[in-house]
Design a protein around this ligand. Structure first.
Ligand code: ADP
Ligand code: MG
Length: 697
């Protein structure tokens, strides 16, 4: 339960002054539902109102606060003309202009003969300073309120700065005195302010430099947020490690048969990963391991070996894939590799229906099926295993932690948890691995299988399309297989498909039936047919939307054309390109771009030309985009941060992790004084799901 001391911060934003139901809704959707959300809504700029010149000296186009005497009101001479108020000081005159103004209101606001402060942007008009719609009008005794430096916040349509600023101020006033959760010597060494002082400070920048993420106050808050994240992950990890697993050793006979029949020998990285996995499975603890390996690094065979270990032990294994195409391809590939061992591999997706589906479910329930590969369909409640020992989750970033837990819960009751192996081809930078997968052990496949030829990547403007088509013709005539990827036009898949269909029609005129088309809206069977034709023969040129992004494996494909490459993210381009360069022939990737290129798009294409190393690309991506965007956020199961910016605060993350681990060693249930304070921190940053893993107290 949330500690009482935080109740004021988790009240609805509509309880703040000035935020009625209408504005409240805006704030809720743009910033967040709770008062605390406003605390993390940090200023993006400042307005300096301390500039207060005499009228004769005022510089144009600057925000100024002017002290003037009100001389005359000039109501509009005709409808739609402005209302003007003339004012002056000893040095000159000022014209204050209002459109659509109510005269009686202005007469009260700016009474003739009195002195007022007006603050706003000054422009010169016909040689005279003019201010249109002052931001502030104040009496001289209120000067302190308008002459300062103001914070500027990112806004949403319909919400104005003054209202938002007032709400943030009110939110700050509701921050209770909280116990210090930081490690005192570390805080002292960093010379950071206390939490509340840091909050006040980040919301009251005095200079542009105060807006940078490296100020002590911003670092302090970033650290707090990262500490909450790392503590939560450490708690989940400690909990999962306590859950017992099963001793799954196997006698190695199936694995030996499969390995002997492989057309290649395993890489050192694959061997090491398999050793890690075998040790995890053989231990009485539950396995929770992430297998990270760039596209084409050979994760599938590692997954198969792990699954065979479960089958050798008399159990079953399941592999969960994010798309239909990928599930089918895995099933076909794995069945082929597993054949020498005589293990039955079954496929279950949304397309298996009726009697067929019943038969598959029966095979799983009886234990006759050793290995099942499928999509989300595997997660359905009526999918029951006789003895599920291992769950493999492929391309984990496509799933949330939730799916990982659901499949993991399909083991037999009372025998210990299902071992879980998650695999990802997305080369996540180390920093992000720590925040998203801090609860997993990690194995990495860093080398590519031997004999791979490098991919030459070139970028060409769209104008060179004809030239590219002739290049493709030459490649096809020489026996190559070619991917032609059409761009992401819009959020809407319908429009993407239209673009792909159009390109397919164009290329069909040249290549006839050798050009195939695949996209997400094709019926399953049709998709299979085209993929099959591309893998096996009659189709040599595959026009597609980005459905081929994940995992598709046709080693003979050596050319890829990506249209409008400037619209894709770096990681996505890398994933796409990973479809080629898989065989023993050199490959070429042509990035077609539309001029003019933005600076970031230009950097992206340059990085791709320079390197094929997924980890280098991931680090660059992080720099170009910021962590929040690297993998998309919520739907990918990646955590989002409010204050911390991982591109800048990566070193704080490491420190937070060490701090969290050390603390949990000493106080695993968060009972001590610092532990109690840290519980508050977890709730404050809404990482409280982890708190339920603590005993009450
Ligand atoms: P990914 O890691 O992207 O899932 P895959 O498992 O699909 O990669 O492997 C890519 C290709 O490399 C497949 O054709 C696979 O048969 C092949 N492969 C896997 N391991 C090796 C190896 N050790 N030596 C040579 N080829 C390999
Ligand atoms: Mg185990």
């Amino acid at each position: 339960m949330r500690p009482e001391i935080l109740f004021p911060l988790f009240a609805d934003v509509t309880t703040l002054p000035g935020l009625g139901p209408r504005l409240g809704k805006l704030v809720q959707s743009a910033i967040g539902p709770h008062v605390a959300d406003l605390l993390w809504h940090l200023p993006s700029g400042i307005i300096d109102r301390s500039y207060a010149p005499k009228l004769a000296e005022v510089a144009p186009s600057r925000i100024a606060t002017l002290t003037v005497r009100i001389d005359t009101h000039l109501p509009p001479p005709a409808p739609r003309r402005p209302y003007r108020v003339m004012a002056s000081d000893a040095s000159g005159e000022l014209e204050i202009v209002f459109f659509h103004a109510k005269g009686d209101y202005l007469v009260k606001l700016l009474p003739v003969g009195e002195t007022r402060l007006v603050s706003g942007r000054v422009e010169m008009f016909q040689g005279r300073p003019q201010m249109t719609h002052p931001d502030y009008i104040a009496k001289p005794e209120e000067a302190a309120e308008v002459t300062g430096i103001e914070s500027v916040y990112p806004l949403t349509a319909g919400l104005n700065l003054k209202t938002l600023r007032k709400s943030v101020r009110a939110a700050l006033d509701r921050v209770p005195a909280l116990p210090e959760w930081g490690n005192a010597p570390y805080l002292a060494q960093q010379r950071w302010p206390a939490f509340q002082a840091a909050l006040e400070s980040v919301h009251a920048p005095k200079t542009e430099a105060d807006l940078l993420p490296i100020t002590p106050a911003r670092q302090r808050l970033a650290y707090d947020e990262l500490l909450a994240n790392q503590l939560a992950l450490s708690l989940i990890r400690a909990h999962q490690k306590k859950q017992s697993g099963r001793v799954i050793a196997g006698d190695g006979q199936l694995r030996r048969k499969v390995e002997a029949a492989l057309p290649f020998s395993l890489t050192e990285g694959q061997r090491q990963a398999l050793a890690d996995i075998a040790a995890d499975m053989a231990s009485p603890k539950k396995m929770l391991r992430l297998l990270q390996g760039d596209v084409g690094s050979g994760k599938t065979v590692v997954a198969l070996m792990a699954m065979l270990a479960a089958v050798e032990s008399g159990g079953q294994a399941a592999l969960l894939a994010p798309t239909e195409i990928l599930a089918r391809q895995h099933a076909a590939g794995i069945a082929r590799l597993a054949a020498p061992a005589g293990v039955t591999v079954t496929l279950l997706t949304g397309r298996e229906k009726g009697k067929n589906r019943e038969a598959i479910l029966a095979g799983l329930a009886s234990g006759e099926t050793g290995i099942v590969i499928g999509t989300h369909a595997l997660l359905q409640e009526d999918v029951v295993f006789r003895d599920l020992m291992l769950a493999v989750v492929d391309e984990q970033h496509r799933f949330g932690v939730h799916q990982r837990v659901t499949i993991g819960a399909k083991g037999p009751k009372g025998k210990g948890g299902v071992d879980v192996l998650v695999m990802t081809a997305t080369p996540i930078p180390r920093t992000l691995t720590l925040t998203a997968y801090g609860d997993l052990d990690v194995s990495r496949l860093t080398e590519k299988p031997a004999g791979r030829k490098p991919i030459t990547t070139i970028a060409k403007p769209t104008e060179a399309l004809e030239e590219v088509v002739s290049g493709v013709t030459r490649a096809l005539n020489a026996g190559a297989k070619v991917y032609w990827v059409c761009p992401l036009v819009e959020e809407s898949e319908v429009i993407d498909v239209a673009a792909a269909e159009e390109r397919h029609a164009h290329l069909s005129q040249i290549f006839g039936a050798r050009a195939g088309l695949v996209h997400g809206r094709l019926k399953g069977a049709e998709k299979d047919r085209v993929m099959e034709a591309f893998a096996k023969g009659s189709v040599d040129l595959l026009v597609s939307t980005t459905v081929i992004e994940v995992g598709v494996d046709v080693p003979e494909a050596t050319v890829m054309v990506i249209e409008h490459a400037e619209r894709f993210g770096l990681a996505q381009l890398h994933q796409l390109r990973g479809r080629i360069g898989r065989g023993d022939k050199p490959s070429t990737c042509i990035l077609l771009y539309q001029k003019p290129l933005s600076e970031t798009a230009d950097s992206r294409l340059r990085i791709l030309r320079e390197t094929e190393d997924g980890f280098v690309i991931a680090e660059e991506d992080l720099k170009l985009r910021g962590a929040g965007e690297v993998l998309g956020t919520r739907q990918s199961g990646m955590p989002t941060f409010r204050v911390a910016d991982l591109a800048v605060h990566g070193d704080l993350l490491q420190a937070a992790r060490d701090d969290a681990r050390l603390l949990l060693d000493r106080d695993p249930e968060l009972q001590g004084p610092r532990g109690q304070a840290l519980r508050i921190l977890l709730y404050l940053f809404e990482r409280d799901a982890a708190v339920r893993y603590l005993r009450s107290g």
